[in-house]
Write a protein that binds this ligand. Structure first.
Ligand SMILES: Cc1cc2nc3c(=O)[nH]c(=O)nc-3n(C[C@H](O)[C@H](O)[C@H](O)COP(=O)(O)OP(=O)(O)OC[C@H]3O[C@@H](n4cnc5c(N)ncnc54)[C@H](O)[C@@H]3O)c2cc1C
Ligand code: FES
Length: 252
């Protein structure tokens, strides 16, 4: 469907916030889901690009937080408000939680902050306690883009090797659920630490995608099963997986 870009705002030197008007996506979206963006009206770049929903207000608008890393995301920075963009979504599975989940710990590395804005909004709306552990590397200013920033209990961990210890300290204060997105090494250590504390953990995984809807098999992820390792599709079966499911050492 075509949706109207209403705002484009640089957040850091390499990250931009895009806001769109689209009641259909704003109403249907779940935290952790993503959209596939067609970047031009022509065939180049041919493939759509997957981007997580950074926020959705439940009625009219949704937004995306996008890091410029290559040709497609570079192209997006040239978009202007008022343009109609071809967007597919919302796609994939979202994060989930039980009604009696009270204390939620969000862990994000770098642009892995992207799905956390929307997740924090929904959890806060339901009256949950939300703490965010953020490992920004050099982009701490990303936090300014977060909705409800002032209602979040945020800790920053500049040094990524110190993140497991920082996470242990927060888990030791008690948590009912951990939600995380970021580089795969960070996700693996989040899964390990959460398991060590007996806290259920969900991870938003990334793979390069082509179709985004489960047809091309281009986004395989290795998953533990009782019979050994099997493969699932990040676009359709994920991108959110339980921490203990992901077979980090057997990835294709
Ligand atoms: C489910 C999902 C949600 C995502 N959400 C966001 C988001 O909210 N914000 C955001 O900035 N980015 C997000 N990404 C990553 C984003 O899709 C890629 O950065 C983007 O497609 C790169 O396009 P490009 O043409 O600019 O870069 P390319 O020229 O295609 O690639 C540039 C570099 O980025 C690497 N790269 C490209 N795509 C991926 C990927 N999927 N995973 C790992 N490395 C990749 C390439 O290997 C290359 O080194 C998400 C990816 C997935 C799968
Ligand atoms: S991207 Fe095509 S099956 Fe997942």
């Amino acid at each position: 469907m075509f949706v109207r870009l209403t705002e484009l705002r640089p957040v850091t030197a390499r990250d931009t916030l895009y806001r769109f008007t689209c009641p259909a996506i704003a109403r249907a979206a779940l935290p952790g889901q993503f959209v596939e963006l067609k970047l031009t009206g022509g065939c180049d770049p041919f493939l759509r690009r997957p981007i997580s929903l950074f926020d959705a207000d439940g009625t009219e608008t949704f937004s995306l937080l996008v890091r410029t890393v290559g040709r497609g995301t570079e192209y997006m920075t040239g978009w202007t408000p008022g343009m109609e963009i071809d967007v597919l979504g919302p796609l994939g599975s979202g994060f989930s939680w039980e009604t009696d989940t009270r204390d939620c710990l969000l862990v994000a590395g770098g642009i892995g902050l992207a799905p956390m804005g929307f997740l924090a909004r929904r959890l806060l709306d339901e009256g949950k306690r939300v703490r965010l552990l953020f490992s920004p590397r050099r982009d701490a200013a990303l936090l300014e883009a977060l909705p409800f920033r002032e209602r979040l209990d945020v800790s920053c961990c500049e040094n990524r090797s110190a993140l497991p210890a920082a996470l242990d300290a927060l888990l030791a204060q008690g948590a009912d659920a951990v939600f995380s997105c970021g580089p795969e090494g960070l996700l693996e250590s989040v899964a390990e630490r959460a398991a060590a504390h007996g806290v259920p953990c969900q991870l938003s995984m990334e793979r390069r995608m082509a179709c985004g809807i489960g047809i091309c098999l281009g986004c395989a992820i290795a998953i533990h099963t009782p019979g050994g390792v099997t493969y699932k599709k990040v676009c359709k079966d994920g991108p959110v997986f339980r921490g203990e499911e992901v077979a980090f050492h057997a990835q294709p």
